[in-house]
Design a protein around this ligand. Structure first.
Ligand SMILES: [Ca+2]
Ligand SMILES: [Ca+2]
Length: 258
């Protein structure tokens, strides 16, 4: 478990609390990167779930090996990001409006290169019809949350460029309220204090951008999975070790009472 070092908090907004826990393996849409997710149609709407072509000289990673998607920044057309900014994409087809809740969990590791001003891997999401979006970045030694005009830093001093896979989970409960977990550690103060989006409006039709979609992001990475659940804002299931410790504590208490 990562220690959490809070330098500052993004603007808190009082909304409902996150009351549901769900393992990412139980999410509705699992992109495990054995194949290119642009060729998958998990919601059965006869449209590929992720963008499958090149736009603005960038394209969805095309190298899939051993269950991971490998970015190739030096390919003729750099393979650098996942995107859903088109009609019928998985996000546009499953989210009705600006307040439709969702949860996403991404597992990614840095494999090389020099990071940009905003780090080496970003996730940005705007609901259809929303006027605000969220953006969270993995950097070499921190995680940053976009609070325009600057980023707010979390987990400062943790090595996220160690070659190991790290998970980023973002849960959206609607009303511009987001929760973020890194390796199952919550960045928010608690489960009832959402972060406001803070990333402005980049696509009112609704879309995800994941990977290197900005001049502030650079470096090579591999994605092990992108798991997405529509309709639910869910926290990670507590680790078995923590549950076990709790159970042992209860047993000790019962024995003491006897
Ligand atoms: Ca589809
Ligand atoms: Ca995988």
């Amino acid at each position: 478990m990562l220690g959490s070092i809070l330098l500052a908090t993004a603007s808190p907004v009082a909304k409902g609390a996150i009351t549901v826990t769900k393992d990412s393996g139980d999410f509705g849409y699992l992109y495990e990167m054995s194949t290119n997710p642009s060729g998958q149609d998990l919601d059965g709407n006869s449209t590929g779930d992720w963008f499958n072509a090149t736009a603005n000289g960038l394209t969805i990673p095309q190298t899939y090996s051993g269950g991971v998607a490998v970015s190739n920044q030096s390919a003729g057309t750099p393979e650098t990001l996942f995107r859903t900014d088109y009609g019928g994409s998985i996000t546009r087809n499953t989210l009705a409006n600006a307040n439709s809740p969702w949860t996403v969990e991404v597992s990614v590791r840095k494999t090389g290169g020099t990071q940009g001003a905003d780090g080496w891997f970003g996730v940005a999401m705007q609901n259809p019809g929303a006027s605000q979006s969220v953006r969270v970045n993995f950097e070499d030694d921190r995680v940053s949350y976009r609070t325009s005009p600057t980023n707010t830093d979390y987990l400062l001093g943790i090595n996220f460029a160690d070659g190991e896979f790290h998970t980023m989970r973002i849960a959206y409960e609607g009303s511009d309220s987001y929760f973020v977990w890194i390796d199952d550690t919550l960045l928010n103060t608690d489960l009832s204090t959402g972060f406001a989006g803070g990333n402005g409006s980049f696509n009112t039709g609704g879309s995800w951008f994941m990977g290197d979609f900005s001049g502030g992001i650079a470096g090579d990475w591999e994605v092990d999975y992108i798991r997405y659940d529509a309709g639910t804002a869910a926290a990670p299931v507590p680790e078995p070790g923590i549950i076990l410790l709790g159970a042992i504590g209860v047993l000790a208490l019962l024995r003491r009472r006897r």
